[in-house]
Design a protein around this ligand. Structure first.
Ligand code: CAA
Ligand code: NAD
Length: 288
């Protein structure tokens, strides 16, 4: 089982990064968004990231152009019918992911493999709405995808060894380091990261310090590339909120309960960099 044509569903922060690494590795990629406007925003984000890769000397201009030619955008899910592997990177809500996989199951041939880039949700539950649970797995990429090395490969309850072997080989062609984990909420990284991020919001709510001081203390004190509130804006307040909700539902542990401030920010549309406002304010045209 080797993949040649990749489908990506969702052309947001993660979908655009996944499209980029696949196209740069030589795969033909069909990417689907729900509207022409979102499709053109995704293409724009892809172009800016490729340009950044060229500026930083990571990608040649010729490779950028070749990668770009391999990407085909669409708003029709049916255009992914010929893909060997479909990776979904849509909103972190189980009902939406299940509806998508049920629809894809009717469009793609039985041999196609389905992967979810979910941060926290059950692969086994998504697989249950398809007739191919052995060919469904989690491939959890990290943000920004072109820069971050790991992929958490998640084995659903019924995922076959053959599917895992093919997915591992595929991720290695993208230059990624694969770690295998079971289908458990938040997998490895988010099990550890999410309580830390939520505690940073609680510290802000409690008035322990202001946003800049919390971020500066952690960035310099722990030598992290970003402080936690900056990282929350980078990941997306909405996405982190949905992840926390899903983990809380599963574990019923207060460590995973999203603080009220996050819920208000989600409702107010302060989703972080992607909407121009989160814990900080951002100018138009930010690359990531
Ligand atoms: N392709 C390849 N390489 C690229 C690139 C591209 N399109 N764009 C940039 N790069 C390279 C740069 O050349 C640079 O490499 P060198 O260090 O070798 O020079 C590197 O990537 C960093 O790029 P920049 O200099 O442009 O950016 P920066 O130094 O300001 O760092 C950052 C930006 C990588 C985002 C850094 O701030 C960082 O690591 N932040 C933390 C990110 C993080 O924690 N991510 C995980 C989030 S959690 C998650 O993803 C899971 C979840 O489910 C929520
Ligand atoms: P995003 O908000 O940037 O993009 C999501 C895209 O999905 C949007 O463009 C939207 O149009 C589309 N979409 C929403 N609902 C849809 C539906 N019902 N059907 C089809 N498309 C739909 O989100 P993101 O940050 O790219 O996250 C996508 C997935 O990746 C989530 O499962 C998230 O948990 C996971 N993830 C996110 C990060 C991160 O740092 N943001 C890291 C790893 C994994």
């Amino acid at each position: 089982m080797a993949f040649r044509t990749i489908g990506v569903v969702g052309f947001g922060l993660m979908g655009s990064g996944i499209v980029e690494v696949c196209a740069r590795a030589g795969y033909d990629v069909a990417v689907r968004e729900i509207s022409d406007d979102l499709l053109s925003r995704g293409l724009d984000r892809l172009d800016r990231s490729l340009a950044r890769g060229v500026e930083r000397g990571k990608v040649s201009a010729a490779d950028r152009d070749a990668a770009r030619r391999r990407v085909r955008g669409t708003t029709r899910l049916e255009d992914l019918a010929r893909c060997d592997l479909v990776i979904e990177a849509i909103v972190e809500l189980m009902d939406h992911k299940k509806a998508l996989f049920a629809e894809l199951d009717g469009i793609c041939p039985a041999a196609a493999v389905f992967a979810s880039n979910t941060s926290s949700l059950s692969i086994t539950e998504m697989a249950s709405v398809t007739r191919r649970p052995a060919r469904v797995l989690g491939l959890h990429f990290f943000n920004p995808v072109p820069v971050m090395k790991p992929v958490e490969m998640v084995r659903g309850f019924l995922t076959s060894e053959q599917t895992l072997a093919a997915a591992r080989a595929f991720c290695e062609t993208l230059g990624k380091t694969v770690v295998l984990c079971k289908d458990s909420p938040g997998f490895i990284v988010n099990l550890l990261l999410v309580p830390y991020l939520l505690d940073a919001v609680r510290a802000l709510e409690m008035g322990v310090a202001g946003r800049e001081d919390i971020d500066t203390a952690v960035q310099l004190g722990l030598n992290h590339p970003m402080g936690p509130l900056t990282l929350l804006d980078f990941v997306g307040i909405d996405t982190t909120y949905y992840i926390a909700e899903a983990m809380y539902q599963e574990f019923k542990d207060a460590r995973y309960a999203a603080p009220p401030l996050m819920r208000k920010m989600v409702l107010a549309g302060h989703h972080g960099r992607k909407t121009g406002r989160g814990f900080y304010e951002y100018a138009e045209g930010i690359v990531r």
